[in-house]
Structure formats: C-alpha cells, structure tokens
Design a protein. Structure first.
Length: 295
C-alpha cells in the first residue's frame, strides 16, 4: 500500500485566522444556553402534566353547603365510603379549609364567620369504573344544594393548552442546535477560504480528504465543547439565581427540579455533547463537499 507523503502535512494544515473565530465559542455557548433552558422547560411542563394527572384524575371534591346539618354530612360520608371505586374519603376541618383560602383571603381566615362550604376530599381508584351519574344522584338526594366536582374533564384542556408550549420549547432546542451547525459551517468555510491555495495544493498532490477535513472538524468540536461548558455554567448560574443559591430545591419557576435531579444533569450533558457532535459533523461535511468540487 502506497502512503501519501503529504498525509502528516495535511494533519498539520494551518487553518488560518478569521475575524469571527474568537467569538465562535461564545456564540455556541449562547445556543447551548438557549437549548438547555428549553430542555429544562420541557421537563417542567412534563412534571406539571404528570402531577396534574396524579392529583386531578384520581380525586373528586364534594362541596356541602355550610348550613347543612352534621347528620346530613355524616350520611354523605357514608354514601361515599360505600361506593365502589372510591378508595378514601376525608372531611376537611375548618382549619384545613382556612389554609386553602389563605392565598385569596389572607391569614387568618375566619371560616366560622363566613358561609364557607364543607369540603370533602375523595380519592378514587383509577383502575375501577365509577358511576358518576349514580353517585351524584345519591348525594343530591341527601343535600340538594350539594356540588360534586370531577376534575378529570379539565385534564384534556390542560394537556391541549400545554402542547403549543411544548412545541415552542422543542422548536427552540432544534433551532439552537441547528444554529450551532450553521456556525460551524460558516467558520469552516472561512478557514478554507483563508488557506485555499494550501488546501488545493494538498488535494492535487493526493492528500486524503479525511486528513484535510480532520483538523477542521476537531477545531469545531473544541469550539462547541468550550461553548458547551460556558453555556452550561451560565444555565447553572441562572438556576442558582432563581433559587437564591440555596440547593437542593430550585425556586419558582423551576421548583419541580432539584439540584439532585439526574434529569437536569442529563439535559445539560446531552445538549453540550450534541452541540459538539453537530459542530464536528458540520465542519467535516463542509470540507468534504468543498474538496469534491476541486479538480
């Protein structure tokens, strides 16, 4: 096998300088920052929907008028406990009801002085069918003014409202990573233009295309990885600022994600690595396409 005498020369090919080169890691850091925050946002939305499914799809709320007698309330509790498909029934105490109203009425809430209905929290078995129409008919027969709230119909609207946000966040991730690739293409083309005569000479003398492409791909990879580290540090600084710098829980709007949540670190790592792979692949492809057009 005949080895090209210019193989090692191609590997040490000077890539040249251009005005945009010092800014490449910072621009890639910005893209990694945007993609990482969008990924964390998707995770938050998913947690919100899952929590809503767990809490709303498995619970009912019964509101009994405040002037209902204790005997009627006990009868309602008995009907609920005897209904198939209901796991547990809990009559909220006045203090518990007051805590629910504190965000709107402030603390303390004078529940005894207000016509606040008695609330019954009902946990249902999602694996067993529950005849809501029959249950409501039985409860209304005891207290006609009673209100039975089934939260499950609202879940479809909640999921539907979340889809545009999920699509927007997914588009932000895709666009940011696409821009990483475009930036690598731009930088590689600039380097090829700056050293065009050297590249053409090596190509005519028989240097392997992959040997010419390798240093460009490596430089783009290093730029992307450096940008990934900067962008990841910026994301962590942003989360720490939102949290007040006090782990392990992050404050709103990222309260669902803790510092110890492996998904947070998986997203940050995946975005940084993806940026490096995309940048290197884009540079590699750009060089090979340019070389194919050379005589």
């Amino acid at each position: 096998m005949i080895r090209c005498p210019f193989r090692s020369t191609a590997r040490r090919l000077p890539l040249g300088r251009d005005d945009a080169r010092p800014f490449a890691p910072w621009l890639m850091a910005l893209m990694v920052y945007v993609a990482s925050l969008a990924g964390i946002g998707l995770l938050m939305v998913d947690d919100l929907l899952r929590d809503a499914d767990d809490q709303l799809a498995s619970r009912l709320t019964v509101q009994v008028p405040a002037d209902s007698s204790a005997a009627r309330i006990q009868t309602i509790l008995a009907v609920l406990r005897q209904t198939a498909g209901i796991r547990s029934v809990h009559l909220l105490t006045p203090s518990e009801t007051g805590r629910l109203l504190e965000p709107w009425l402030g603390a303390p809430v004078p529940v005894d002085e207000l016509p606040v209905p008695r609330l019954i929290d009902v946990a249902i078995d999602r694996g067993q069918a529950l005849d809501m129409a029959t249950l409501k008919q039985q409860l209304v027969a005891v207290v006609p003014e009673l209100r039975l709230d089934d939260h499950r119909p609202y879940l479809g609207g909640l999921h539907g409202s979340a889809r545009p946000l999920q699509g927007l966040l997914g588009a932000a991730i895709g666009t940011a990573l696409l821009l990483v690739g475009l930036l690598a293409v731009f930088m590689t083309r600039a380097a090829l233009t700056a050293r065009r005569s050297d590249v053409e000479l090596l190509h005519l003398l028989g240097a392997a295309d992959r040997d010419i492409a390798r240093p460009h791909a490596m430089r783009s990879l290093l730029h992307a990885l450096l940008g990934g580290m900067i962008g990841t540090a910026a994301v962590l600084a942003t989360l720490a600022a939102l949290d007040g710098g006090a782990p392990p829980r992050l404050a709103a709007p990222v309260a669902a994600i803790g510092w110890g949540d492996w998904r947070l670190w998986a997203i940050l790592t995946a975005v940084a690595v993806a940026a490096g792979i995309i940048a290197a692949a884009s540079a590699w492809t750009t060089v090979l396409r340019r070389l194919r057009r050379m005589p």
